[in-house]
Design a protein around this ligand. Structure first.
Ligand code: GLU
Length: 295
């Protein structure tokens, strides 16, 4: 089995945080203590001269909580308006928890076109590069308030993967409510965690499909799609549990997780962009042939 890397091996890390970790929907508020512990982990890695970026979900969930909207599916305009309320509160919280470590946070809201149209991609990339040059931590989300159903990513796993490849991150961390990919549905008593995926094969996709019933949006299948985008473009990915305090420290200390490894030879930025393109409706095109043709 290939050796698993260590978080400390990487110099530019994107950390994606899911809504269910950030927002305590029952209590109708942010999980403040947990967020504070994550910010301390981010600060520790940042102080060791790494570049850190956050892709934070939670705008819609937090907006719902603040507005006390009833449970159940929301109409598009309701979730867009909820996101407007949630995003401002989310951004303030990130700014406060990172600010406590003397780290400046910069909010970046993107829509699908910002990663899929080359001119806008270059523009978004240079803004993020500038924030990193200033040692700020970009806190990125989809601009849910203006993204309509035809032009949205819809899930932050693939958004995070596109951002990670855009900025040539060498690692994408997906903090999730599960600790990784299991070889069988976790409900099967003998399901085992897969520690390393050297290549995403149809067999790996089948494992993700089998566990899909365990998750809502942003389930294991979108995480595997994110893994394809990341690893095709030269970025490693790790799925780990965010259900513990100090979730990044936990990975360093050997908590169970699943690593998706990328082949050693990184592809150039242009090839990355082409290789990981998303269709306008959010379907993924991973065109290994196109990458090869460009080599
Ligand atoms: N952008 C959405 C939000 O902030 C989250 C999407 C996702 O959960 O993947 O509410």
């Amino acid at each position: 089995m290939p050796k698993t890397p260590s978080l400390k091996d990487f110099r530019r890390i994107v950390v994606k945080v899911g809504s269910s970790l950030l927002v305590d929907s029952a209590a109708g508020r942010l999980n403040g203590d947990w967020l504070t512990s994550l910010a301390a982990d981010i600060a520790g890695l940042h102080q060791e001269k790494r570049d850190l970026l956050v892709v934070s979900s939670g705008a819609i969930a937090l907006g719902r909580a603040v507005l006390k909207l009833p449970a159940g599916p929301l109409k598009l305009e309701d979730s867009q308006a909820a996101a407007a309320v949630g995003q401002i509160a989310l951004a303030r919280s990130w700014s406060e928890v990172l600010g406590a470590h003397a780290i400046t946070a910069g909010q970046v809201l993107v829509t699908l076109g910002d990663t899929e149209e080359r001119r806008r991609y270059l523009n978004a990339r240079s803004t993020i590069d500038k924030l990193l040059e200033w040692r700020a931590v970009p806190v990125i989300n989809e601009n849910d308030t203006v993204a309509t159903s035809e032009i949205r990513y819809g899930d932050n796993d693939r958004l995070a993967a596109r951002v990670a490849t855009m900025v040539s991150a060498d690692l994408l961390v997906l903090l999730s409510d599960v600790d990784g990919l299991y070889d069988k549905p976790p409900s099967a008593g003998d399901a085992k965690l897969v520690p390393v995926v050297a290549r995403i094969t149809p067999q790996i996709e089948a494992m993700a499909g089998a566990s899909e019933s365990q998750f809502a949006r942003g389930g294991m299948l979108t995480k595997i799609e994110a893994g394809k985008i990341a690893t095709t473009a030269g970025t490693h990915m790790v799925i780990a549990s965010g259900r513990v305090p100090h979730p990044l420290q936990a990975i360093v200390q050997g908590a169970p997780c699943t690593w998706f490894l990328t082949p050693a030879n990184p592809v150039t930025a242009r090839k990355k962009w082409i290789a990981g393109s998303l269709e306008p409706r959010g379907a993924l095109i991973i065109d290994a042939g196109a990458v090869k043709a460009l080599r």
